[in-house]
Design a protein around this ligand. Sequence first.
Ligand code: SF4
Ligand code: SF4
Length: 176
Amino acid sequence: MASAALLDLMTNKTSEPEAKKKLAEVLGSHDPNACFMCARCTTGCEAMELLENFPHQVVNLARLGLIDELVNGEKIWACMQCLKCTERCPQDVAPSDVFLALRNMAVQAGAKVPEGFFKALEMIMETGYLQPVQEVVSRTFETYTRKTLNLREEIPQPSDKEKFKEVFMATMEGMF
Ligand code: SF4
Ligand code: SF4
């Protein structure tokens, strides 16, 4: 007898065993089932305060197989892939990998990728960096530039831009 699908009483969504299986294959040894919901990943998440990113919730939904909700939602795009959650996890779950795998599933399913990702990609292709050089503000509201931090003002650029783009794209393709 086939087992009944799990039902999320908050959203009325049912679990998707096939999608869950596909996710487990990609994640390998970083099994979301090992998560015991300590939320250590979330308390260290760089995006939690600004983007309301709660990696333990995403891992939990993935663990329960409620993939559709994640793939079609905004939560998976809030992560900035700093990998802190994965370093902090006592259970060798890799929330950052869960985010990446879900994003790939979303793209394969035709979901809309937030505009900021294309801008970041363009920036890397053009300069080799994710962001332009910026002033930073300290906790005591002092502003620092590279000059006031005694850093070289000119930052190195790829010497051969075309070659850089080629290698970068080949690396990206190899990752997914
Ligand atoms: S740190 Fe690891 S075990 Fe704890 S909630 Fe996050 S994923 Fe689960
Ligand atoms: S990798 Fe993503 S989810 Fe993990 S701590 Fe960094 S921003 Fe948060």
